[in-house]
Ligand binder design. Structure first.
Ligand code: FMN
Ligand code: SF4
Length: 456
């Protein structure tokens, strides 16, 4: 691993030299027009290769968990920005699974608000671009990281000593039972059906970032039908996927954002070598599961991520600054970017004809379009996702499509302040740096509350 460094690469040749000096390689191309290609998803067409990756805004109405005016604003900005696919953020299937009191839920009672959100988001894209976007929603449960009333209320699938310490529980903390998991499958299915009624084209079960369904994949030490063998650990996602795919008509699809690597030492991780204590990457199971999911549900596209953002976040989203109290990453951000993209290349190779979406390119700032174009041109990946970039610079897609460049003054600076808002629980998430009028006060509210609790 090379030493951590902040971004100081004003020119594209600086990036090329930095990669060379680290012995790393990433494809780079000036042919950014390739990013404007239409992408065929069978019945659906994407007007370009850009996707907005799911980004929790925790700005729902706490009374009924419905989207608020700020939620509408976020999605309108994404749609006007130009991305062909908007992957809506994690919405949870029950109040106990919220990561924050204002996390969104789709319920029978608030379905009309969701219908309006999907309609208005589509309409904003039509009005600005004259194109139809594809919409997907991520169905989730926060599991270990649940904070339904703002305080930790972990729902554990298995005991992982490292992550148990992170949520301040020990081996005596009860695991969620198989019976409850069976009932939760029904809740996931019910919410998927509501999401289809709300107008989403696709749904996805969030199986990334150490949340509930991601953690299931790691549950080697759990007893019963949801733990131990590959078959059991993948059961929840596999069965939910099959059930919802069977119940959907041809106007809706199921897809996945699957974790390819949860880097806890074996037997607590996923995508790690099956040797006691090893957290070395081994993609055998993740690739096998990705192929099975795609085939079983006829998925038109696939999304992935890696790592636990709440524990070793530099793996999920290489950055310049950690959130308060977190040590600097043990590696150069470019090493993290290359790891993420190489996994995407292997996954795209295995899934062949199915478009795979990448992320985690935010640290590259205004060099993002050239690396994105290189990845596509050299066949590493098909779809280009932005997470933090979408909230910092929602019209970056417009700038790239029209000029082939990004404005460095508008780029995300990977400062982690949006993640800080999330960690502090109190504020609503957006970009305090590039959208400061609204989100600086949200950051400050969270920081003040953390100081009061002695957590800042
Ligand atoms: C504040 C914040 C909220 C996020 N919310 C979600 C989410 O709801 N679901 C998800 O799968 N990933 C979520 N992510 C991860 C992003 O989708 C993305 O994978 C990550 O930020 C790395 O990509 P980037 O470099 O383009 O930001 C979130 C990230 C941040 C910083
Ligand atoms: S707060 Fe804004 S600039 Fe900082 S990481 Fe988040 S999106 Fe990027």
């Amino acid at each position: 691993m090379a030493e951590f460094k902040k971004f100081a690469l004003p020119l594209l040749e600086d990036l090329e030299n930095e990669l060379k000096s680290l012995g790393l390689s990433l494809p780079i191309s000036q042919n950014t027009f390739i990013l404007g290609d239409e992408v065929d998803l069978g019945k659906w067409k994407l007007p370009n290769r850009f996707i907005v990756q799911p980004m929790e805004g925790i700005d729902g109405d706490p009374a009924d968990s419905s989207p608020s005016e700020l939620t509408f604003r976020r999605y309108r900005r994404f749609a006007e920005g130009g991305a062909g696919l908007i992957w809506f953020e994690a919405v949870v299937v029950e109040p106990e699974g919220k990561s924050n009191p204002r996390q969104l839920m789709i319920t029978r009672e608030n379905l009309d608000v969701w219908k309006r959100l999907v309609d208005e988001t589509r309409e904003a894209a039509r009005k600005k671009w004259g194109h139809e976007i594809v919409t997907i929603i991520q169905i989730a449960h926060s599991g270990r990281w649940s904070k339904p009333d703002g305080n930790p209320k972990p729902v554990l699938i298995h005991h992982n000593p490292q992550l148990d310490r992170a949520v301040h529980v020990d081996n005596s903390y009860p695991l969620v039972s198989d019976d409850v998991l069976d009932l939760l499958q029904d809740k996931f299915i019910d919410v998927c059906k509501l999401a289809a009624q709300a107008g989403f084209d696709g749904i996805e079960f969030k199986a990334v970032h150490g949340y509930f369904t991601g953690e299931m994949l790691c549950a080697y030490t759990r007893e019963g039908k949801y733990g131990g063998s590959y078959e059991n650990r993948t059961r929840f996602v596999r069965e939910c996927t099959a059930r919802i795919a069977d119940s959907f008509d041809s106007n809706h699809f199921v897809t996945a954002r699957l974790t390819m690597y949860e880097p806890s030492p074996f037997p607590y991780g996923w995508g790690v070598k099956a040797e006691a204590g090893s957290s070395e990457l081994d993609l055998t199971e993740p690739l096998k599961f990705a192929r099975e999911l795609v085939d079983s549900a006829d998925m038109p596209l696939f999304n992935y991520s890696i790592g636990y953002p709440r524990f070793g976040p530099y793996i999920t989203r290489p950055y310049n600054n950690p959130i308060s109290g977190v040590a600097l990453p043990p590696e150069h951000p470019l090493e993290g970017i290359v790891r993420f993209q190489q996994i995407g290349k292997i996954l795209q190779g295995v899934l062949g004809e199915i478009p795979v979406a990448t992320a985690a390119l935010g640290w590259l700032r205004h060099h993002f379009p050239y690396v994105a174009a290189g990845l596509v041109e050299q066949g590493w990946i098909t779809l280009i996702g932005q997470g933090r970039g979408s909230i910092a610079y929602p019209d970056s897609v417009e700038d790239i499509l029209k000029t082939g460049t990004m404005n460095p003054r508008k780029c995300c600076i990977t400062c982690s302040l949006c993640s800080q808002i999330m960690k502090d629980v109190v504020g609503r998430i957006g970009c305090p740096v590039r959208d400061g009028e609204i989100y600086k006060p949200e950051l400050q509210k969270g920081r003040a509350s953390a100081r009061l609790k002695g957590l800042a």
